[in-house]
Design a binder for this molecule. Structure first.
Ligand SMILES: [Ca+2]
Ligand SMILES: [Ca+2]
Length: 107
């Protein structure tokens, strides 16, 4: 079996323990990995965050299973993995990740 680049899909819970049909929220492109759900803007709706070629990317929930266009939220790429959690207890989700060692800056 040959796999192409993955696409990100959403499958909504119908509410009776079953799920609806998958819908594509991010078409297959590049290296999309590490999908997480977190409310980054604090509006009470879970947003989607994921990596695209090592760059953290956010899709804000617009409600009803609809999401805004992807926005890169990190200035540096090359993350090997990450997670979202409230690390400092202020109620806002923070991100942590694995990154290759950085070259020391020239002085
Ligand atoms: Ca949100
Ligand atoms: Ca926090």
């Amino acid at each position: 079996m040959v796999y192409s680049s993955p696409e990100l899909c959403l499958v909504l819970n119908v509410g009776d323990g079953t799920f609806g049909q998958p819908s594509t929220i991010v078409p297959a492109s590049g290296n999309t990995t590490d999908l997480r759900a977190a409310d980054l803007d604090g509006d009470g709706a879970e947003d989607l965050v994921f990596m695209v070629s090592g760059r953290p990317t956010w899709m804000r929930s617009e409600g009803g299973g609809v999401f805004a266009s992807p926005v890169v939220i990190g200035t540096s790429g090359g993350f090997l993995g990450w997670d979202i959690a409230d690390m400092d207890g202020d109620g806002d989700p923070d991100r942590s990740g694995r990154h290759p060692p950085r070259e020391p800056s020239a002085q």
